[in-house]
Structures are given as C-alpha cells and as structure tokens.
Design a protein around this ligand. Structure first.
Ligand code: GLN
Length: 487
C-alpha cells in the first residue's frame, strides 16, 4: 500500500507497508512548504528536527512498538502556542528574541501522542484581526486566490492545511479566529467549548474568551486531535474536570435527525452577502427534506454582540498585554539610560503594531473610572443575557446553524482602513466565544466569485461529540469543487 495522507487513519493504515513512512510524510510536507513559501504561512519551519523525529518514530514502529494516536501526524502550530526551546513571537516585534521556556499543555499532549510539529505559523499580531494583515511579518496569502486574505487571526494555520503544508494545525479562537479563516480557506475549523482545552502556554489575548482550536480537512482528524489535547490540567483551573465521552470506534457517525435552529435576524442581516443567504436558505430546505427539523427563531440580541465582544475582549487585552514592557524579555529600545516610564513608552510604542495599540487604548478606556459602568458593566450584562438565552435555546434544540462569515474572503487591503467594518464582519462568530459554546465551520459551498464558504454549527457546552457528528453528516453535502476563478 502506498503512503496516503488523506486522513490520519488512512495514513496510519498505509504506514504498515512503509518502514520509512513518517520520514516520507515529513519530507513531502517540507517540499510543499518550500514550493509555497510565497504564501508566507510559516514564520519558521523546524526542518531538521521534524525529519529527526520522523526517523525516530519510523525506527520505533519498525521495532514493533505501539503507535501513539497521532503517530507521525504532521502538525503546524499558530505562533501563540508555546513549544519549549523554540521562538515564540505572536507575530509581534515586541517578543523579539523570545524563546518558549515550557510546552503549552496542548503541545505536551500532541508530542505524547507522537505528533510531529513542523513549524510555527503566521497570524495577526497577538491574534487580533480577521485577515492576517496585522502580522509584523507580513500578510499571508489565501492559497485559493492570492489576492485575497486567508482570514484571521489564525491565517497561517488555516493556509497550512488549505495548501497541504501540514496534515492538521492548531490555532486559537477568541472571537472567530479558527472558524473564520477555515471558512475563507475552505477547510474545517473547530473552536471547542471554553474550558475544554487547557490555555496553559497559549499567549493570552482575552482570557475569558480564548480557546485553542483545530484545523483539518475532515471531521475524524479534527475530532482525534481534540481527543488528544483536551481535558483537565493542573495549570489551567478553567478547564473542566468532566471527562468527555467518546464512543470507541466510528464516534463520528451520528444518529440524527437533529433539531436545528437558526437566527432569523442573522439570515436577514443587511451585511450578509445575498448569494450566501440564498444558498444557506436553500440548504435549510434540503436539511428539512432530509428529515431534520430546522426552525427560524428570533434573536433580537444580534446587534449587541459585536460591541459587547469588542468591549470585553479589549478590556481583557489591555490587562493581559501589560506584561510586555521590555524589562524581562522581548524587544527593548536600544537607547541606554532611559528613565523607566520613558523606557516603557518607547518599548511599547515601537514594539506593538497599530491594531494592538488600538485595542489596548480601547480596553483601557472602557475600564477607566468614568466609563466603566457605561461600557464594561453593560457589556457584561449583555454577555449574561446571551448566556441565558442560549441555555433556553438548547432546551429545545440540539444545534444552532449560522453563516460563519457575512462574506467570502476579502481582498487584501480591502478593510484595513476601516476597523469598524472589519469588526462588524465578526458578527456570526463572536457569539460562541461570548457564551462559551463550541462552534465549527464546515466547508460546503462555492461562491460565484470562486471562493469557498461554509456553514457554522454550534451546540451546547461540552457537546462536541454531537457537533462533530453533525458536521460529519454535513460533509456529505459538500459541493465545493475548487474552481479556477480568482479576481
Ligand atoms: N477577528 C476577531 C478579532 O479581531 C477574532 C480574533 C480571535 O479570535 N483571536 O478580535
């Protein structure tokens, strides 16, 4: 049997006949990365190391050792996740020269299952953005159409999977940064429940929203990676101690029919691309015809969710990013003898990019004494209402479906001068982060502009099994056909 890289289980099956299979897989991805360097998906590739790890795994397998669940699986890591002994930049100048001193828990667990980390991927600086254009290391190109963005903030990790530069990848999702780039790139992107995967070793943006997520080409791969990295961790008290249930074999085969809801206001929103709306409405009918109950429900809170997200997440960011002061690590101005306050100012003015500064300012403002109640407290109240409403919805429904993004991938530069327009495009993704529920973007359709788009599904907290089973079912409807059109 020839080496197959279509899915992890196919790959593992093909390894029985391939004594050097892991080495071959890593070599394959390394040459794909080299051929696609112009996409700027990787900030660093661990070439020598990955080949060495592959060789060691091949040897171990040949000696008859049992294979880890991610044996030889080639993973790309968003550069906000710590990998001990390797540079970590958050795509920012301010972490210049910084090296991780420990493994993130997710990385520790990937390695324990014998995954091979092939490199660290480009992203928006500190995961703030929707296009990957906020990186200090240049934009990432959408491999489908290079004049367009891959989405963000985990653009590099999305393109790594999209362009076949790694088998799967990890990103982080604070307001949509896994689901939206997955949508723009035509792959699967899962944001698990808040508290499912440890945030230990993940650079904090907004701690009550941040969650590590998984990109892949098929549901079984994404679910397997989740199974390997999830679960309680002494280093992160917000991770649930409940052990998630995963039926042994073929866990992704669900039963259905499902009780599905969608928000009327979301489908009728003026910002939604009319073609996406039409396709999704048609798809609702198709699901109904196939025996599922799909109902439109009222959701009058929709217009409050983007403001609430940008108030709360920037407030948390302004506090989390206070640690980057140039004293202990990272970038520092090269003028010696500056007074301390001046030193901080210079470090932060020179080290942070424009969007990060904007968010620190915004966050500091909404937390300031005179405005705290008008903004921060109000936004917390909106968050509470959203959680209560969500709990009620899941009394009657298994799944909520929404678009992932109001449009297909933007053209490069299109929204860079209009931060509000950029923020508003997060309308469908931030809901899951505000409420902590899991969400996934499943690539199903092709727009007449040639770009992929998908559908977003969400379940109640810790119901990833249902979410992934439903997604696996959705994938049977996939009609994305990889057109050549690119404007
Ligand atoms: N686009 C959102 C933002 O700019 C999402 C960021 C994220 O999920 N990390 O905040």
């Amino acid at each position: 049997m020839e080496l197959t890289l279509a899915s992890i289980s196919d790959y593992h099956a093909s390894l029985y006949d391939q004594p050097n299979g892991c080495w071959m897989a890593v070599s394959h991805y390394l040459s794909r990365i080299r051929e696609n360097e112009h996409l700027n998906a990787f900030l660093e590739v661990f070439e020598v190391e990955a080949l060495e790890q592959a060789r060691a795994l091949d040897e171990k397998r040949r000696a008859g050792a049992e294979m880890g669940r991610l044996h030889g699986v080639v993973v790309a890591l968003k550069d906000v996740i710590s990998y001990k002994g390797h540079a970590l930049s958050a795509a920012s100048k301010i972490l210049d020269g910084f090296t991780s001193v420990y493994h993130a828990t997710a990385v520790e667990r990937l390695l324990a299952e014998e995954a091979i980390i092939i490199g660290r991927t480009n992203c928006d600086e500190f995961a703030m953005g929707s296009t990957n254009e906020n990186s200090a290391f240049g934009r990432v190109l959408n491999a489908r159409c290079p004049s367009r963005v891959p989405g963000g903030s985990s653009g590099g990790s999305a393109v790594a999977v999209q362009a076949g530069l790694s088998m799967v990848s990890l990103g982080s999702d604070t307001g949509g940064s896994v689901r939206q780039p997955a949508d723009f790139c035509g792959i699967i992107g899962l944001k698990p429940t808040y508290g499912r995967i440890s945030r230990y070793g993940l650079i904090a943006y907004a701690s009550s929203f941040d969650q590590i997520g998984v990109f892949g080409r098929n549901v079984p791969d994404v679910g397997l990676v989740l199974q390997c990295v999830e679960g309680a961790d002494d280093y992160d008290s917000t991770v649930s101690r409940t052990r998630p249930e995963w039926p042994a074999a073929k866990w992704y085969e669900g039963k259905g029919p499902y009780r599905i809801a969608y928000f009327k206001e979301a489908f009728d929103h003026p910002g939604l691309d009319p073609e996406i709306k039409e396709v999704l409405e048609g798809f609702v009918k198709r699901l109904q015809k196939d025996g599922h109950s799909v109902e439109a429900i009222d959701f009058d809170l929709l217009d409050y969710i983007v403001p609430a997200y940008y108030i709360l997440s920037t407030a948390e960011a302004s506090s989390n990013l206070a640690r980057f002061d140039g004293v202990k690590y990272g970038y520092r101005p090269d003028t010696p003898g500056l007074p301390l306050t001046e030193f901080y100012k210079r470090t932060r003015s020179e080290g942070f990019g424009k969007e990060v500064k904007r968010r620190i300012l915004l966050g500091t403002f909404v937390l300031s004494a005179g405005y705290y109640d008008a903004y921060f407290t109000k936004a917390q109240q909106v968050r509470k209402l959203l959680v209560e409403r969500t709990d009620l919805i899941f009394k009657d429904f298994d799944i909520i479906i929404l678009p992932t993004s109001p449009s297909t991938a933007f053209h490069a530069g299109e929204k860079m001068d209009d931060p509000i327009a950029m923020y508003l495009a997060d309308i469908y993704t931030v809901y899951a982060n505000l409420t902590g529920i899991p969400g996934i973007s499943v690539p199903l359709f092709t727009h007449s502009n040639g770009m992929p788009f998908g559908i977003q599904a969400m379940t109640n907290r810790f119901k990833e099994l249902t979410l992934l089973q439903f997604s696996h079912l959705l994938m049977q409807y996939k009609s994305y056909e990889n057109p050549t059109l690119c404007d």
